[in-house]
Write a protein that binds this ligand. Structure first.
Ligand code: PSU
Ligand code: MN
Length: 314
């Protein structure tokens, strides 16, 4: 599935990922913005490691993606994960930033959009994260809509996530996903998850209940020549979600603070996530970490089911 050979002056593929690509073994791409900008230190290093361990324990190779000293790394060593988690000069890169960061030998963590682009470039088709970017509240005035959405309209990536962060306008985001031809599947539920919360209050048309069914949809989309992405929305079990009252209170507070302090653009998401982590005294952090690890587990199971069904056809 590799579109064209990767240019070795730009890309470094970790040996574990290289071996998996060569032998058709399952791989799960992982983004790095959640490490550098989404989670506080030092928990970010721990969570990034747990996520990779989970992927391996389910039989797939983890490929955390980031830009280090101008090179795109598909798969990181634990030292490189630590670098992304701790350096002060790691920028948050969407697709449009990649060319600049690489040409200037910079360091960047990749968003869902940039990770999807790079994973696809490397021939990886399944990706796990916490929450997708989306349409921000008041987007009618600010025009703030994540490039994640438009990226997924033209990249055939399956993204396992727990919906979009509750800080966003969920209804508008679902509308945009429809407009942009991005498939949305509820995993084990017709309710679209609300990231920290099990249920965003919005429903989705399609529900699948096991990794094999998702793998079948992925291969059928491929046969149909559909080149847009597929979102697999994986809700937390209700007993693992953040307390909904606490959530609503902290969210209102955070949105007001962001407005009062004039926080805009790509700083909005990290600001609100940080506010959540501080104001819930770490409760949201535990939930956030759990979300990412669970999504990595499901993505690995889908990747394994996909490679098994491909193999059985040869
Ligand atoms: N969801 C999280 N934490 C994050 C992000 C999403 O729970 O850090 C990151 C992802 O990398 C996503 C990006 O792609 O935020 C979206 O940012 P923006 O809204 O600026 O496009
Ligand atoms: Mn934005």
């Amino acid at each position: 599935m590799t579109p064209r050979a990767l240019d070795s002056s730009t890309f470094t593929v970790h040996p574990e990922v290289q071996e998996a690509l060569a032998s058709g073994r399952p791989i799960v791409a992982l983004e790095s913005t959640i490490i550098s900008h989404g989670l506080p230190k030092p928990e970010n290093i721990r969570v990034a490691g747990e996520v990779e361990d989970m992927v391996r324990s389910r039989g797939a190779a983890p490929a955390t993606i980031a830009v280090l000293a101008g090179r795109v790394h598909i798969g990181l060593t634990s030292e490189q994960i630590e670098e992304i988690a701790t350096r002060g000069d790691v920028s948050k890169a969407s697709i449009r930033d990649l060319g600049i960061v690489c040409a200037q030998s910079g360091y960047a963590a990749t968003t869902v959009a940039a990770t999807s682009h790079l994973a696809n470039r490397a021939g990886i088709t399944i990706f796990a994260t916490g929450g997708l970017g989306g349409v921000h509240r008041q987007a009618r005035d600010s025009w703030d809509e994540s490039a994640d959405l438009i990226a997924l309209s033209s990249i055939p990536m399956t993204v396992v996530c727990s919906g979009v962060k509750s800080i966003l306008d969920v209804r508008a985001t679902l509308e945009r996903l429809e407009t942009l031809n991005v498939g949305v599947i509820g995993y084990g539920s017709h309710q679209f998850p609300g990231f920290y919360l099990t249920d965003s209050g919005h429903t989705v048309d399609w529900r699948l209940d096991d990794p094999e069914s998702v793998a079948q949809v992925i291969s059928t989309r491929h046969n149909l020549g559909i080149v847009s992405g597929l979102v697999v929305a994986n809700p937390l079990p209700p007993d693992q979600q953040l307390d909904p009252d606490l959530h609503d209170h902290v969210l209102r507070e955070g949105l007001n603070l962001a407005r009062d302090r004039g926080i805009t653009g790509k700083a909005v998401t990290p600001f609100l996530l940080d506010h959540f982590h501080r104001s819930t005294h770490g409760a949201s952090l535990i939930v956030n970490a759990n979300i990412i690890v669970r999504n990595a587990e499901l993505a690995a199971r889908i990747a394994v089911a996909s490679s098994t069904s491909w193999a059985s056809r040869i």
